[in-house]
Write a protein that binds this ligand. Structure first.
Ligand SMILES: Cc1ncc(COP(=O)(O)O)c(C=O)c1O
Length: 393
């Protein structure tokens, strides 16, 4: 057989199962809880149209020109202020604008990971991050989590034997399970990261989508040291198609990431950055986030109520206090992949949770997205899944 022309690191690469499921679910008759899409009817279309026009009138062709790799200076100033309202600690040198947080993950992987390096993740974890770490041939170590986030004693056990290059966490309403890291564990984690001199990557695209309870401080703000990198994104608060997100961290790390970004795409798209900057300056950003929160909370509640009515008794689920996802546990021994095949025959889709476990456990789990479905579809879709589950259990 002819030897592959691809690089060695490409050999183990497989397409995201979610993207494959999404291809099937694009049939209009399918009710899909599979994607991780924000609700498109909430995109601030008129505000973005106004912002785009204002940008062109105010800045002319410079809004369409090549620009600096680190990103638009006024946008970085605003982000520094959002993260550090007193503006005492952070400035533009701590911020790099990226083409979505997904690019942040790619750049961070390029900066830190050599073949065989260990990356610790909570379980389950974000598939796009796992793919990025795998592309750079990291050895991904799954640290067990529960409803309060990563389990600190399990992390400490691992740290006795191994030192990872990175620890990757989503402390707020994580993808896929919707759970958040408790305050107590945040504080313990900060101590551990510092005492073991580890590098923590905090990915926070869902932090603003909070429905109830108190907003907890980021690990980055609690940690305040070179050991912490924070990633934020406007994908879920404005629109993902703009592809504008950011990495915040120590100046030296940001500089290195910028050099890597030069070789990746020169800079994030200029017009998109100008539009986000204009929208933050003159649009209704925070009112808009409130509207998203209210709508998603209603959808979460519809989904919880429908699951409660239609699921067999042996099925359990969580109640996320924010974000876009809800997590379902089927009885031990059940295979969510098989359930999915039955569900697809009934024109309803979800993502089997196993996809999000680096160690391929979690066979009996399901991720349900509630942000991108209206109440009637939630009712009908959950009813159909419930029927399939009742027939199987
Ligand atoms: C946890 C997490 N990180 C990063 C991303 C990528 O987001 P984007 O590249 O649109 O900023 C996503 C997208 O769903 C996500 O769930």
């Amino acid at each position: 057989m002819q030897k592959s022309r691809g690089a060695e690191r490409i050999a183990g690469l497989k397409s995201s199962a979610i993207r494959d499921i999404l291809k099937i679910t694009s049939r209009p008759e399918v009710i899909s809880f599979a994607g991780g899409l924000p609700a498109p009817e909430l995109f601030p279309l008129q505000e973005i149209a106004d912002a785009a026009q204002n940008v062109l009138l105010k800045y002319g062709s410079s809004a369409l020109q090549y620009s600096i790799t680190e990103g638009l200076i006024p946008l970085r100033e605003k982000i520094a202020k959002i993260l550090d309202p007193d503006a005492k600690r952070l400035n533009i040198e701590n911020i790099l604008i990226t083409q979505g947080s997904q690019q942040g993950l790619d750049l961070i992987s390029k900066l830190f990971i050599d073949k065989g390096d260990m990356v610790f993740t909570e379980t389950p974890s974000y598939l796009g991050a796992l793919q990025s770490f795998q592309l750079f041939q990291a050895d991904i170590i799954a640290i067990p989590s529960d409803e309060k986030g990563i389990r600190i004693n399990k992390l400490l056990e691992r740290l006795k034997e191994q030192k990872p290059k990175l620890i990757y966490l989503m402390p707020n309403f994580q993808n896929p399970s919707g759970t958040s890291l408790s305050m107590e564990r945040r504080l313990k984690l900060i101590e551990i990261i510092k005492s073991h001199d580890l590098m923590l990557v905090e990915d926070d695209p869902y932090g603003e989508l909070i429905f109830e309870g108190e907003k907890l401080p980021s690990l980055y703000n609690l940690g305040r040291s070179k050991n912490f990198i924070y990633m934020g994104s406007f994908s879920k608060t404005i629109a993902p198609g703009l592809r504008v997100a950011y990495v915040a961290g120590d100046k030296e790390i940001i500089q290195k990431l910028a050099v890597i970004k030069q070789g990746t795409d020169l800079h994030t798209n200029t017009f998109g950055q100008f539009i986000v900057n204009e929208y933050l300056e003159n649009g209704n950003y925070y009112e808009h986030i409130n509207q998203i929160r209210q709508t998603y909370k209603i959808r979460r509640d519809y989904m919880l109520s429908a699951i409660d009515r239609y699921s067999p008794k042996s099925v359990t689920w969580n109640r996320p206090a924010g974000g876009m996802f809800l997590w379902v546990n089927l009885p031990e021994g059940m295979d969510a992949q098989k359930i999915l095949l039955r569900c697809l025959e009934n024109d309803v889709a979800f993502v089997p949770g196993q996809e999000f476990f680096p160690d391929s456990s979690g066979k009996n789990t399901i991720r349900l997205n509630f942000s991108n479905a209206n109440p009637e579809n939630i009712e009908e879709g959950i009813r159909r899944i419930g029927e399939v589950l009742k027939a199987q259990i």
